[in-house]
Design a binder for this molecule. Structure first.
Ligand code: ATP
Length: 274
């Protein structure tokens, strides 16, 4: 699939999106445009539907209604072509699986490997095309984890696991990066490292969309903020969206949704200004 992402095209466009689990609505009437090359923070309380939105954006969950396009093409085409990199929450990974850091990050290359000659895909991992090995090495270097390449993923600290998940997303060399809470549970140096990596991705023209509860970092780094709790509660510049008043209103919006059995949450949004 040839995708022309030059010019002002939106990286991702969502129209009239509804999503539900067992017919219980989680997202309703979502309309969003993520411009190419911008860094967006998705902010909302626990249970607001942020991860669900990402499942739909990656094409792993079918919406009840509505459409999702990336660079003007249906999201399913991008999923097949590996154009969208996704960093799941740490909890979403089976860490006891007996694979090394290197093999985990190589997983980010599987979409690209479909373009390799069939015989190369049958070879042992050490014979993978050098461009895959280079991408993995660069990604591990970017998150300062190359020295841990041979370590089993189960033998990493929480912050190191986050960095490996980010490396796997980077190895995909995708134009769109979706990151579900990349800053959760990391210490300040790791947080700075991750934010600097994402800033470089944005500078390279990639579109970065991250879920976060870290308001000081969002205020400092991102271009655009989307407030969500089952429906879109606001979007705009970080200064406007992340005021204490807006965040307090977002936390109250959680109470509005509890009648629908979604979003009945304890707000976990930090309103501390940096
Ligand atoms: N597999 C599932 N089956 C049924 N309900 C689900 C499933 N996954 C999520 N939900 C429900 O959907 C709602 C939205 O969940 P989601 O994980 O998208 O929220 P979130 O905003 O990412 O929350 P958090 O900040 O806690 O990660 C919640 O009420 C949750 O209980």
């Amino acid at each position: 699939m040839a995708i022309n992402s030059d010019g002002p095209t939106a990286a991702v466009e969502v129209h009239g999106l509804y999503a539900a689990y067992q017919r219980q609505p989680v997202l309703e009437n979502i309309d969003l445009v993520f411009p190419t090359g911008q860094w967006t923070a998705i902010v909302g309380p626990n249970g607001a539907g942020k991860s669900t939105l990402f499942h739909v954006l990656t094409g792993s969950m079918k919406p009840l209604r509505g459409s999702v396009h990336a660079f003007g093409h249906p999201i399913a085409e991008h999923r097949r072509a590996g154009h969208i990199a996704y960093m799941a929450q740490r909890e979403a990974i089976e860490w006891d699986f007996p694979v090394s850091v290197w093999e985990t990050v190589m997983g980010g290359r599987f979409g690209h490997m479909r373009q390799d000659a069939w015989w190369r895909r049958c070879l042992p991992a050490r014979w993978y095309h050098p461009r895959h090995r280079d991408a993995v090495r660069q990604a591990l270097e970017a998150v300062d984890m190359l020295a841990y390449s041979n370590r089993p993923i189960g033998a990493l600290s929480g912050g190191q696991k986050k960095r490996v998940l980010l490396a796997r997303a980077l190895a995909q060399q995708a134009r769109i990066l979706l990151l579900d809470e990349p800053l959760a549970g990391v210490d300040p140096p790791s947080e700075k490292l991750i934010l600097d990596v994402l800033r470089r991705e944005r500078q390279a023209g990639h579109t970065v969309i991250m879920v976060t509860h870290d308001m000081p970092s969002a205020r400092r780094y991102v271009d655009h903020v989307v407030l969500i709790n089952r429906i879109i509660r606001g979007e705009g510049r970080p200064d406007d969206m992340l005021s204490d008043a807006k965040l307090a209103a977002l936390a109250v919006s959680a109470i509005d949704t509890s009648a629908g059995d979604v979003g009945s949450v304890s707000g976990s949004i930090t309103t501390t200004t940096s």
